[in-house]
Write a protein that binds this ligand. Structure first.
Ligand code: GTP
Ligand code: MG
Length: 514
């Protein structure tokens, strides 16, 4: 299908997320519905030795098949596979690595079933789910493995007690009750007193789970002329049921999780730039940080400072002039959202570059324009903004997003108008909050009208509806170029304070579908 007109659906939409370099990659798989699976196949409780050996055999096959797996740890129906830190297996593509691991493991499980259960038919297909987790350093990967082994210990000790109690005649409920709130040493005591079992004598595979790795084994390859053995160390895949929480194992096997040398050109790979998926609408929503303090310092009017809002609008208009791909801006209070046209190629759609440049630019405009709007007020504190980038697949959702911001503008402005009227009339801030608690929109309109003879709908539209910033065609003119007349258009950025409903978009279809 190369180069057909349809080929773009793959090229542009397939995102293969790559796992960050220089991290140990762990794929942890877990049997799906193994509670049921173990029942159907009458596994022994709480541990079925054959079932666990089958899991270990599959894990061993994984290490044989995939040389970049340096360690595996398994317990019950789960297995974790650790890929070496700098593995380039499938260029570290997450979905490839994950799917291949669960699939190969499953395949081995079915193939090897009859080796471990020669007298049991496989009655249902076993299957596994899995996840990928990255661990950036030696401490975290070791702690991850220790966490799994601690889990193994806790579960196995509990299950051992539980099933012995049940087998001795208790109901499952009674067994649960007997174990509730007990500590590790209480359980050991119980096993010893009631069943004459020393927990430490239980199979190490049950108590510690299973580790699969390549062990250094010395083998005699031949003897030299004087009869001395010539030895060679080979790496042999080994299953061991040993402690991996303490340092001993890792001190003896430093080569397993050694940190690899970082080659210089490698550092580039850390520069992972997320790109916005194609045919999606990008919204950058900018919000002033610590604005409460900022507005206090610059003694802005409460609840709305008209000049401050006009400064926000002026900065937004400049944004539309500087970034032709911004098709719409909507702002109120201390926030402004900018909608980019669907197909923008600004910074090749790299998220962090779009987000940062917009925020920085807006900050600059705000500060440069300050003097025009507040000629008698010095800017004594640096305004600063935070922003987030939103991504919407449908135009309709963008409109809904904008409507939701306008609804928020309405709610908060109505509340604040009431609140500050009450405060200015002598109420404490606490009292004002109490009065407004639980009131509905129409109660607030009522309150404003009754107590302050104020009709909320007569308040300035900029306060009630926020501000819409967009381009409007203001002029069409004809220019003579040579012998030709060319019609040109002039578009200006305008600011309006209107409802952003269906009607708005129906009347101005050109805004979003340029
Ligand atoms: P999901 O993983 O969410 O699909 O559920 P699950 O049923 O697989 O349960 P989970 O992975 O949380 O726990 C594993 C379950 O497998 C245990 O609760 C046991 O019921 C069962 N299991 C695992 N190993 C053995 C075993 O050696 N013997 C027996 N009898 N059951 C086992
Ligand atoms: Mg499971």
């Amino acid at each position: 299908m190369a180069n057909s007109e349809y080929e773009y659906v793959k090229r542009e939409f397939e995102f293969e997320s790559r796992l960050p370099p220089s991290n140990w990659i762990v794929v942890r798989i877990d049997g799906c519905h193994f509670h049921r699976f173990s029942k159907i196949h009458t596994f022994e409780k709480p541990n079925d030795e054959s079932a666990l050996r089958l899991m270990n055999a599959c894990a061993t096959s994984m290490l044989e098949k995939f040389p970049d797996i340096v360690f595996a740890y398994g317990v019950s129906d789960e297995y974790s596979f650790v890929f070496r830190e700098e593995t380039e297996f499938y260029q570290r593509r997450e979905s490839k690595i994950l799917s291949l691991c669960v699939s190969y493991f499953t395949s081995m499980y079915v193939m090897k079933w009859k080796d471990f259960f020669p007298n049991k038919e496989l009655k249902e297909p076993p299957y596994f789910d899995g996840r990928v987790v990255c661990y950036p350093n030696l401490k975290t990967i070791r702690d991850y493995l220790a966490w799994r082994q601690v889990d193994c210990h806790i579960n196995n000790q509990y299950n051992t007690c539980f099933w012995l109690l049940v087998k001795s005649g208790k109901t499952e409920k009674e067994a649960q009750q007997a174990l509730k709130g007990t500590f590790s040493k209480d359980k050991n005591e119980l096993l010893l007193q009631q069943f004459q079992i020393n927990y430490d004598d239980e199979l190490a595979m049950f108590r510690k789970g299973s580790c699969v790795y390549r062990d250094k084994v010395e083998t005699k390859v031949k003897t030299d002329r004087s009869g001395n053995p010539i030895k060679r160390t080979r790496l042999v895949i080994t299953v061991a049921n040993v402690d991996i929480i303490g340092p001993e194992f890792w001190e003896k096997h430093q080569y397993i999780l050694r940190e690899e040398k970082c080659r210089y050109e490698y550092v580039k790979k850390f520069d992972i730039n997320h790109r916005i998926p194609p045919c999606n609408w990008t919204v950058v929503s900018i919000n002033a940080n610590q604005f409460e303090q900022f507005s206090l310092t610059h003694s802005f009017d409460k609840p709305n400072d008209e000049t401050a809002l006009r400064l926000m609008n002026a900065s937004a208009s400049l944004m539309l002039e500087l970034f032709p791909d911004i098709v719409f801006g909507y702002g109120f209070s201390n926030e402004y959202s900018f909608v980019f046209q669907e197909k923008t190629e600004l910074y090749q759609r790299q998220e962090s570059l779009i987000l940062s440049s917009c925020t920085s630019c807006f900050t600059s405009f705000y500060m440069m324009k300050w003097k025009d709007f507040f000629p008698n007020k010095d800017l004594v504190e640096p305004p600063h903004f935070e922003a987030e980038l939103l991504c919407y697949p449908k135009q309709k959702i963008v409109c809904d997003y904008l409507s939701s911001r306008q609804a928020e503008c309405h709610t908060s402005n109505q509340y604040n108008t009431c609140f500050w009227m009450l405060v200015k009339s002598g109420k404490s801030e606490n009292e004002a909050h109490q009065i407004l608690k639980g009131t509905l929109s129409k109660d607030k309109n009522e309150l404003l009208f009754q107590q302050f003879q104020l009709n909320y709908n007569n308040e300035p539209a900029m306060f009630r509806k926020g501000s819409c910033t967009y381009r409007q065609k203001v002029e069409e003119y004809v220019e003579v170029e040579g012998s030709e007349n060319i019609t040109r258009e002039r578009w200006d950025v305008i600011v309006e304070h209107v409802d952003l409903g269906m009607e708005f978009w129906r009347k101005r279809p050109y805004i979003l579908s340029r």
